[in-house]
Write a protein that binds this ligand. Structure first.
Ligand code: BT5
Length: 262
């Protein structure tokens, strides 16, 4: 199958939306499908995940029917250093979809959290498969999953929230799904050009609540403490440690203290 035909039609719409009552993980399912050659634009939505995953081996919890749990298969022609923009494209689309259906416009905590104030509303997890077949030459296979708490404010003790709690009224999961897929159309297109990618990075900069805060970044090589001062051209986090500005492409960010407003 080529990336041009199939679920992603000429208008860039996501036409192959596969729905499940239960899956292990929508990301795991789509990675398996991608490995078997599924086309770009395939979407998996589950009511419940038995092994929902977060980053770095963590888990994503949601009782049946309470959350929007979906994954999207992308096969963009992107340099490896710009894969962060796939996470950004989906996080931005999800944030705008939340605003459309609930009036709550979440911020993005770099690199992958949707937050309302300092409460986590949702998370994005991008996983790539370097061996997957089915894309055009030069394309990478990336499955981007997103979980949004719609009707359940997250696990006890995490200080998370839900759209229902934040908006003070029920929010329709189907309307949220439709809005998200709509928001993804222009952002998927943006991944395909230099100008589009610059637009995504700029949009992320506007929505990123991490900029201007003191952060501790946990990296494989140790932790980095400093002030987040901005984003690089491909969405990397720029951290001023006091002695140097470091560019972070992956890591776990803890906001340690908000800067007073200027
Ligand atoms: C994330 O990981 O935030 C990415 C979550 C992505 C989930 C979606 S659901 C559809 C798709 N299929 C999958 O299998 N995954 C994706 P991370 O930053 O590592 O955050 C995980 C941490 O958030 C956990 O260790 C918990 O502390 C917390 N957590 C778990 N469930 C939560 C929830 N429903 N709401 C808020 N926080 C939660």
């Amino acid at each position: 199958m080529s990336g041009g035909a199939g679920p992603l039609d000429d208008a860039g719409r996501f036409g192959d939306v596969r729905r499940f009552d239960t899956l292990d993980s929508t990301n795991a399912y789509l990675l398996r499908e991608a490995g078997a050659g599924a086309a770009e634009g395939t979407v998996a939505v589950a009511d419940y995940q038995t092994a929902g995953r977060g980053r770095l081996g963590r888990s994503w919890e949601a009782p049946p029917g309470t959350s929007l749990l979906l994954s999207i298969l992308l096969r963009p022609a992107l340099p490896a250093g710009e894969l962060t923009l796939c996470t950004a494209a989906v996080a931005l689309g999800a944030a705008d979809a939340c605003a459309t259906v609930s009036g709550i416009a979440p911020g993005i905590k770099w690199p992958n959290d949707l937050v309302v104030g300092d409460r986590k509303l949702g998370g994005v997890l991008a996983e790539s498969d370097p061996d997957a077949r089915g894309g055009a030459p030069g394309c990478v296979t990336v499955v981007v999953g997103v979980g949004i708490n719609v009707d359940w404010p997250g696990p006890e003790g995490t200080g998370a929230t839900s759209l229902r709690q934040a908006a003070g009224r029920p929010v329709h999961r189907e309307a949220l799904l439709a809005a998200l897929l709509e928001e993804l159309i222009p952002r998927r297109a943006s991944l395909a050009s230099d100008e589009g990618r610059a637009r995504l990075a700029a949009e992320l900069r506007d929505r990123c609540v991490t900029i201007g805060t003191q952060v501790r970044v946990e990296l494989a090589s140790g932790s980095l403490v400093g002030r987040a001062i901005g984003l690089g051209a491909s969405g990397q986090l720029l951290v001023d440690t006091g002695t140097a500005v470091r560019m972070v492409t992956a890591g776990d960010v803890v906001h340690t203290r908000a800067e007073p407003p200027a």
